[in-house]
Design a protein around this ligand. Structure first.
Ligand SMILES: NC(=O)c1ccc[n+]([C@@H]2O[C@H](COP(=O)([O-])OP(=O)(O)OC[C@H]3O[C@@H](n4cnc5c(N)ncnc54)[C@H](OP(=O)(O)O)[C@@H]3O)[C@@H](O)[C@H]2O)c1
Length: 163
């Protein structure tokens, strides 16, 4: 059972704009579904709002500062620690964003599954800069999205000092 951050970011660290994703990459969405299905997904309330429904075949947990918030198809909690505590045992815990929750989760994550878009993209929400001292990087082959022409690759980070 691992704590895994999953994120798509541009070269300049953008992950969102106006409460939504700045791009549409169908291969990335399929990969997201494949990796997270059957596991727990933990997200901030704004990311929940942007998705607009529970992600099927996954245990959905939403972090909010409003304890009385009731969401259909998701468990609400008031801290990342509570999310990790109440998540079903035996499943991987995927931290699916957004920026506020990535920042909280970074010190606790075992690994990061990043889709890196090979260009600068304007936005208003950013992934934190990773320190090379803490994270070992492995880079996949470059791919091109047929529809948008965007070049991207899948990059994995593992915490240094862990197996
Ligand atoms: N590219 C990607 O991979 C990716 C992934 C996910 C999201 N995104 C994008 O990121 C943007 C949203 O990110 P965001 O950073 O604005 O919001 P977010 O992290 O999704 O959610 C922020 C909310 O989480 C709750 N929260 C944050 N810290 C908390 C704490 N310490 N304790 C309790 N609750 C806490 C608060 O909810 P309340 O206000 O309810 O209290 C806060 O408003 C959108 O544009 C989305 O499309 C991109």
């Amino acid at each position: 059972m691992s704590i895994i951050i999953i994120v798509a970011q541009s070269k300049n660290g953008t992950i969102g704009v106006n409460g939504a994703l700045p791009w549409h990459l169908s291969d990335d969405l399929k990969r997201f579904r494949r990796l997270t299905t059957g596991n727990t997904v933990i997200m901030g309330r704004k990311t929940w709002d942007s998705i607009g429904r529970p992600l099927p075949d996954r245990h959905n947990i939403v972090i909010t500062r409003t304890p009385e918030l009731c969401l259909e198809g998701a468990q609400t909690v008031t801290s990342l620690e509570e999310a990790l505590r109440v998540a079903p045992t035996g499943l991987d815990q995927f931290i699916i964003g957004g920026a506020e929750i990535y920042n909280l989760a970074l010190p606790k994550a075992d690994s990061i599954e990043m889709t890196l878009i090979h260009k600068n993209v304007a936005g208003d929400t950013f992934f934190p800069v990773l320190s090379e001292e803490s994270w070992r990087k492995s880079v996949g082959i470059e791919q091109v999205d047929e529809k948008s022409g965007l070049q991207f690759s899948y990059v994995a980070y593992h915490r240094r000092g862990s197996s």
